[in-house]
Design a protein around this ligand. Structure first.
Ligand code: HEC
Ligand code: HEC
Ligand code: HEC
Length: 132
């Protein structure tokens, strides 16, 4: 005769093993990558601020970069006045990457996490970084 207890125990173990990849991946989905802000320029700032608020930058930096490019390339402008009245030169390389000179640990880390690959660096020069 079959031992039904053993079969059921076997099925439970099988189900647990089959499902294990899902348990191992739980939590990874919500773990935000750690973004490094400790570049020389940012460390030298009195107020640790971006061009606009962190929330705004997080959601809108791609549109902001598009606006900057259009303003520079189409309208020949170069000065951006932020919502708190500070002036910035509209430049990806000199302004954004001047502060965020750790592209791999900042921009790339977040982009990898959300699976976007901006195509900018074929033309724009990425900051030189020490390979660690
Ligand atoms: C003057 C230095 C400086 C410049 C210029 C600058 N940033 Fe920032 N950025 C910062 C700092 C400091 C923070 C963190 C702000 C905070 O914690 O409130 C930050 C935050 C951010 C964030 C949000 C990160 C997060 O935690 O979600 C993004 C995205 C970002 N910057 C992109 C850019 C882009 C794109 C540009 C150019 C358009 C730029 N930054 C220009 C200093 C700068
Ligand atoms: C906190 C996470 C985060 C950080 C940090 C971050 N980005 Fe992004 N970035 C995103 C997300 C999310 C998108 C995609 C948005 C979308 O598809 O609407 C994006 C899209 C972009 C795009 C548009 C790409 C495209 O193909 O449309 C550019 C350009 C860009 N980021 C530049 C930068 C630069 C430069 C930095 C570093 C100074 C940076 N980002 C830092 C999250 C981030
Ligand atoms: C095919 C080459 C090419 C690609 C790809 C490219 N750009 Fe540009 N970009 C240029 C050129 C050329 C200029 C004009 C430079 C000037 O007038 O100083 C420019 C100017 C800009 C400017 C204003 C001036 C400056 O120094 O930053 C911004 C901002 C900009 N691009 C953002 C972007 C972003 C963001 C991406 C990626 C989503 C991107 N570009 C991809 C060629 C390119």
């Amino acid at each position: 005769m079959y031992n039904s207890g053993r079969i059921i125990a076997g099925l439970i173990i099988f189900a647990a093993i089959a499902a294990s990849p899902f348990y191992f991946n739980m939590g990874k989905v919500s773990a935000r990558p750690e973004l490094k802000l400790d570049t020389p320029v940012i460390q030298g700032l009195t107020e640790k601020q971006c061009v606009e608020s962190k929330e705004y930058m997080r959601a809108n930096h791609m549109q902001l970069l598009n606006e900057w490019r259009d303003a520079v390339v189409r309208e020949g402008k170069s000065a951006y006045v932020s919502s708190n009245g500070k002036k910035y030169n509209m430049s990806l390389q000199n302004t954004c990457m001047g502060c965020h000179s750790n592209k791999t640990e900042f921009c790339d880390r977040c982009h990898k996490y959300v699976s976007v690959k901006p195509y900018c660096w074929g033309c724009h020069i990425a900051p030189k970084e020490k390979k660690s």
